[in-house]
Design a protein around this ligand. Structure first.
Ligand SMILES: [Zn+2]
Length: 44
């Protein structure tokens, strides 16, 4: 699950929801980032 830091805007991948904290600014304000839907990817 991807989270975005509400302070510095860095993105992180967390598996343990009880241990989410920004590694750069030590902020605990993280927003859950929803995965992109219907993203067209070229299979060439
Ligand atoms: Zn941060």
């Amino acid at each position: 699950m991807t989270f975005v830091c509400g302070n510095c805007g860095k993105e992180y991948e967390f598996k343990e929801l009880s241990f989410i904290r920004c590694l750069y600014c030590d902020s605990k304000v993280l927003f859950k980032k929803t995965p992109p839907v219907a993203k067209r990817v070229s299979a060439d």
